[in-house]
Design a protein. Structure first.
Length: 336
C-alpha cells in the first residue's frame, strides 16, 4: 500500500470547492428569521450531554460557539464515561493539571478552520490533518484517518453518526475518545509504516532488551524527532545488504544490528518540525551519530541519500511525545 500523500492539499481544495464558511457572530443581528445553530446547539440537540459537560468544565463552550468553521469528532456519552472512569476524573472537581489534560483531549477531536464532511474524508481515502490539541513546543497534534472500513481515526475511534451540521461547522459522532497520539500511534496505524514497526519489535528482542516500542508509546517520553522509512525503503535496504528479513538466522538482520540502524533515525530530546530543520545547520544529531542535511536530503556516513518526503505532505506528523518525518531510504551506520 502506498502512503496517501496529498492530504493537506486535497483538504484545501475540497474546502475551496465547497465554499464552506461559518456564520459570523454578527449574524444574530441581521434581522428576524436569521438564526445560528452552533456546534454546541447541535451537540445538545443530539443528546451529547457528556461532551457538553466536558466543554463547560474546560472553558471550551464559548470557543465552539464562535465563528469557526470547526470539524468536531464528538465522542458519545458512553465513550466519555469510559474515559472519565478509566482516568479517575471528576468533571466537577478537576485540578489545574487535569483540566488542562481534558481540554487538550477535547481539542484533539476538533479540526479548526475546516468544515469536513464524511464524504470529503471518504473521497480522500486516508491521510493526516491537524487538530486543535498541542504537543511539544505548542505544535498542533496530527490526526490520521482511514476510510476502508468506515471512517476510523488514529486506528482507534470510528465515526458512528456523521454529518450533524451546524452553522459554524459539522459534528461526526465517534464511539471512542481519541487518545492524545504518540509516535507509536502513527507507526502502528499507517500500514505503509508496518515494516518500521517490525524493525522496532525485532530490536526489542535483543539481550538486553531495547525498549523501543515502550519508549515511542510513552506519552511522557521524549520529545523525539523520528525519520521513518517506508516499507519500500526497508525492502530496498534488505536487498542492498543481501538480507532476507529480520531475525537471528544467517542472512537476516539481527536484533543488535537493527537497534543500531534505528538509532540513526531518532533525535533525542527535541521536537524539530520541518520548518526548523534549517536551524540544525546542516547536521542532524541522531542517537547513532551526526548525519549531513541539505534541505530535505539526509546523507549518511556511506554517502547514501535519504529524502524527507516533504513535497508529499509526509512531514510534521506530530504526536504528544515527538514528531515523525517520513523518508524514502533507510539510513545506515558506517559500513567500512
Amino acid at each position: 500500500m502506498k502512503i496517501i500523500s496529498k492530504t493537506f492539499k486535497l483538504l484545501t481544495v475540497f474546502l475551496l470547492v465547497l465554499g464552506v464558511t461559518g456564520c459570523s457572530d454578527d449574524d444574530d443581528n441581521n434581522g428576524p428569521g436569521v438564526q445560528t445553530t452552533t456546534i454546541i446547539d447541535v451537540a445538545a440537540a443530539n443528546g451529547l450531554t457528556s461532551l457538553a459537560a466536558a466543554l463547560e468544565a474546560t472553558g471550551l463552550t464559548s470557543t465552539l460557539q464562535g465563528t469557526g468553521p470547526f470539524t468536531v469528532f464528538a465522542p458519545d456519552n458512553a465513550a466519555f464515561t469510559t474515559l472519565l472512569t478509566n482516568a479517575g476524573l471528576d468533571l466537577d472537581n478537576l485540578s489545574t493539571a487535569e483540566e488542562a489534560l481534558v481540554r487538550n483531549i477535547l481539542l484533539n477531536h476538533v479540526i479548526i478552520g475546516q468544515n469536513i464532511s464524511s464524504t470529503d474524508l471518504v473521497n480522500l481515502g486516508s491521510g493526516y490533518t491537524n487538530t486543535g490539541a498541542t504537543g511539544p513546543n505548542g505544535a498542533n497534534l496530527s490526526l490520521y484517518f482511514t476510510t476502508t472500513s468506515g471512517v476510523v481515526l488514529n486506528g482507534q475511534s470510528t465515526v458512528s453518526n456523521p454529518d450533524l451540521t451546524a452553522t459554524n461547522g459539522v459534528i461526526h459522532v465517534v464511539n471512542t475518545v481519541i487518545d492524545l497520539p504518540t509516535i507509536a500511534t502513527f507507526a502502528t496505524t499507517n500500514s505503509a509504516l508496518s515494516t518500521l514497526v517490525a524493525a522496532l519489535q525485532n530490536a526489542d528482542t535483543g539481550t538486553p532488551t531495547v525498549p523501543w516500542i515502550d519508549t515511542v508509546s510513552n506519552a511522557e517520553a521524549g520529545p523525539f524527532t523520528v525519520f521513518a522509512p517506508t516499507n519500500d525503503a526497508f525492502g530496498n535496504v534488505l536487498t542492498e545488504l543481501n538480507l532476507s528479513g529480520f531475525g537471528e538466522g544467517t542472512g537476516e538482520l539481527n536484533a543488535a544490528t537493527t537497534d543500531t540502524v534505528l538509532t540513526y533515525h531518532v533525535v533525542n530530546g527535541t521536537n524539530v518540525q520541518s520548518s526548523g530543520l534549517g536551524a540544525l545547520n546542516g547536521v542532524i544529531p541522531t542517537i547513532g551519530g551526526d548525519l549531513d542535511l541539505d534541505g530535505t536530503v539526509i546523507t549518511d556516513a556511506n554517502g547514501r541519500e535519504s529524502n524527507i518526503l516533504a513535497t508529499l505532505g509526509l512531514v510534521d506528523i506530530q504526536g504528544i511525545n515527538g514528531v515523525v518525518h517520513v523518508i524514502d531510504r533507510v539510513i545506515l551506520f558506517p559500513l567500512n
